[in-house]
Structures are given as C-alpha cells and as structure tokens.
Design a binder for this molecule. Sequence first.
Ligand SMILES: [Zn+2]
Length: 312
Amino acid sequence: MFFYLQHRKNRVITRGSLFRDTIITKHIVLKKIGAHVSISGGYTKALERITAIGGNCLQIFSTSPRGWKLAELSNNEIEEFIRLKEELAIDSVYFHASYLINLADDGRIGYLSKESLISELNLASRLGIRGSIIHLGSFKDSGDEPIFKHEKYGILITNIREVLESISRSTSFIIENAGMRKIGKSIEEIEQIIKDVGNGQLRVCLDTCHLHTAGHDISTEKKLDSFLDDFDRRIGLSKLEVWHMNDSRDLFGSFRDRHENIGEGEIGLATFRLLLNHPKIKHLPFILETPGFDQQGPDKQNIEILKSLVEN
Ligand SMILES: [Zn+2]
C-alpha cells in the first residue's frame, strides 16, 4: 500500500512537473523580443531594465563602446547575473562589440580589436551570453571592388581566425551586416568571409535598417522568401542567430545608418510584420536598437509595437 501510494505520488509529481515543463516550453516558444539596454549600475541592472520594458532577450555593451578598456567582473557578479537571468527567464543575451573595432587593420587598432574581442567573448562564455555581435570594420580606402581583392583582405581573415583560436568553444563570433560601405554590406561578402575563415563559431546578425540602406529588399512576402532562400544557399539559415529590428531614417540603398523607431521610418510596419511571422525565422531573437520615442534608447513602446505585429 505504501509503495502504491508512493508510486501514485511520484506519478502525480511527474505529471505536475511535466505540466510545468510544458508551460515553460510554451514560454520559450513565445516570441523572443528584446532590446539593447544600458549596463549602467551593473550587468544585472540590464536584466531588470529589459524586464521592466516587457522584453525577454537583450543586448548590452560589455564596457564603454568608445574605448578599449576591458570589462572585468568578479565571480560574485557573474554568479548573480546567471542567477537573475534564469529567474527572469531571459533568453538570449548578446554583447555588442566596441564601435572602435576594425579587424581589417594590421596595426595598433587591429591588435586592440583582437584583444578586446578575445576578452569579451571569453567573458561571454562565463556569463552564458551567446556571443558578441560585431561590425568587422572597413578597409578605409576601398572603392567598389569586391572585398576579397583588397590587399588587406588576408589580414581581415587572419585576425578573425586569431580571435577564434583564443576563445571558448561555447560562444559565437556574430558578424553583423553593415549599412554603410563597410565590410559585410552584402550577403555575398559575409558568405565569402565565413567560407574563408572556415570556423563553426561564426554566425550572423541581420539588421533591418542596414539591409534596407544597403539595398536588400525584403518588403514583400515573395521578396523576403527569396532573400532567405539566397541566405540559406550562401551561408545557411542555421547560422542566422539574431535580428536587429530598426526602422530607417534613410532611403532604400542610401548606404547610411540612422536607426528610427518601428513604424516611423522608411521600412514601415508591414516588413516588420513579415519578419516576426515568417516560419523560417520567427523563432529567432528580435532585438531593438531604436532611438526610443523619448530619445532615451529602445523603450516599452517599441517593444509593444513589435508584439502587436505578432500573429498567432
Ligand atoms: Zn544593429
């Protein structure tokens, strides 16, 4: 009798936890919508900030993005970050690398770029942060010639390889597409770099504003389908890690990079609706880097707008 009861009890518990798991799974399947938020006051403050504006994934700078100072966290701070991230059910977190990075440089800037990325990506793996989203840089003097013909293209590839050789396997080097005439402005360029580096830790972040200003049209269902098919053929959709959701102040193909609040710019709500609901990408994190309706950075209103576009 005792065993029977115990057995029944276990079954109930098992059922209970299965039921709970189902609910949790449903939450994870729920849209991943978030934003870039400030780390002012510490990394855990960023987790509180994203929760306060209704997001469940986020991006942060590891340290000031306009300097070369490396981030340093104590073991306690790391443990607290991991604990709170789980408690608030936040999934996923990304670093955005410093704006000063230029991996196509063979001098001091190239060296500092490598050092700062190695430090940041190793910190990411200790924090359970999925990786750093990186603008690769520029050749400064490049015209319209294909990047692989530039004399410094080999330096770019070597520098990326050196970073990858010095980081934990559990984190990703995430290349963001460029909106201006910088390295990574087209899917072809990113394809070429990923093939030449040849490392499974390379992944891709697509920024809607940058796609728009660099002349990639994803404004209708058909055009988005063919863009994603092309991405899949060239790079592989399994390497697409995350989307940056930004409207654009500038015109299609203008090669500028000024973000706008969702629905207030040249891209418009219809394209964001297509992205959020496309079966091939709707499971990915969608992260805002918009100026905010009060110019204080991505806000609740931008998050609410994205949420309103999600179809069940
Ligand atoms: Zn971006």
